[in-house]
Ligand binder design. Structure first.
Ligand code: IPM
Ligand code: MG
Length: 347
């Protein structure tokens, strides 16, 4: 069991350290960790946010535990050298097309949500976000129009096979949960979305037990705060999924709690908190490591088939929260290491 650990920038190293402590505490036979540089730190050390040696480590491993990338020092670099290219490059190079972002309110945290407790307590949803296509990976550029104005442009597209494979992931996920799937698009305006919707309807024939619905993304953003309890599995494209998953995190209470898995066709997966590098609090020991610890649990479940150990970690985090352990993100005062300790004790 080889796991690549790419801690990255900002709070990435701090939160990843706690997740590694948790993995090591499980004493899994045959577990070996390999570290690699990604993001701004990789650019500073090797001249590229995703150095060839890092990619090589990734390819040689069964799974990747990823911290965060993003560094304000790098904001003026050419786009292909910016820290974000590390995560985008790994997703593309390793064919990690299916991003699972579960959102559920932990017992005792109903009051932490930006929503009313009785609304928040209903949330138990899974966002399935496509990760290899859409406007993220289309041709793009900045050009000068004949009249001298600058124009930025990014091409949005989805081919039917790209939609079909994420549809199958989402329908299978729905089969394992509440058998409800809501596909989010903007088919009233975008042709990309029309193809998306048509393919979703085609794939639905293979899953007669799943109730498929469609929702425009603007309405979905509204429904997510109005009545999030209506959602079971949500499937959507790369850009809409990026936005809606951040929104879902605040409905749950904190972006410091949401884990994610990015999966390929095989067992290879990348696991990361959905939060970013939070440069404002980096290096201060203030970040909540729970999202990364929960990402390590997803890694055990999805890439290594260790369901019992995954559940053990999730229970330890839930217990810590139920016992009142709170990071600054939840209005508490516990720091990164103290939260790691609290989870370890309960493990
Ligand atoms: C995410 C992040 C990334 C994305 C950035 C860092 C490129 O926001 O994983 O949600 O936009 O996908
Ligand atoms: Mg995002």
């Amino acid at each position: 069991m080889k796991i690549a650990v790419f801690a990255g920038d900002g709070i990435g190293p701090e939160v990843t350290r706690e997740a590694v402590r948790v993995l090591e505490a499980l004493d899994l036979p045959g577990l070996v960790l390999f570290e690699g540089d990604v993001g701004g730190i990789a650019y500073k050390r090797h001249g590229h946010p995703l150095p060839a040696e890092t990619l090589q480590i990734a390819r040689a491993c069964d799974a990747i535990l990823f911290g965060a990338v993003g560094d304000p020092d790098c904001d003026n670099l050419e786009r292909h050298l910016r820290p974000e290219q590390a995560i985008l490059g790994l997703r593309k190079e390793l064919g990690l097309f299916a991003n699972l972002r579960p959102a559920k309110v932990f017992a005792g945290l109903e009051d932490a949500s930006a929503l009313r407790p009785e609304v928040a307590s209903q949330i138990d949803l899974l966002i399935v976000r496509e990760l290899n296509g859409d406007v993220y990976f289309g041709e793009k550029g900045i050009r000068t129009l004949p009249d001298g104005r600058r124009q930025g442009w990014d091409m949005m597209s989805y081919a039917e096979d790209e939609v079909r494979r994420i549809a199958h992931v989402a329908f299978r996920a729905a089969m394992g949960r509440g058998k409800k799937l809501c596909s989010v698009d903007k088919a009233n305006v975008l042709e990309t979305s029309q193809v998306w919707r048509d393919v979703m309807i085609e794939v639905a024939r293979d899953y007669p037990e799943v109730e498929l619905s469609h929702m425009y993304v603007d309405n979905a953003a509204m429904q997510l705060v109005r009545n999030p309890g209506q959602f079971d599995v949500v499937v959507t494209g790369n850009l809409f999924g990026d936005i809606l998953s951040d929104q879902a995190s605040m409905c749950v209470g904190s972006i410091g709690l949401l884990a994610s898995a990015s999966l390929s066709d095989g067992k290879m997966g990348l696991y990361e908190p959905i939060h970013g590098s939070a440069p404002d609090i980096a290096g201060k020991g203030l970040a909540n490591p729970m999202a990364t610890i929960l990402s390590a649990a997803m890694l055990l479940r999805h890439s290594l088939g260790l369901e019992a150990q995954a559940a053990q970690i999730e229970a330890a985090v839930a217990k810590a929260l139920a016992d009142g352990i709170r990071g600054g993100d939840l209005g508490g005062s516990q720091g990164t290491a103290a939260i790691g300790d609290a989870v370890l004790e309960r493990l």
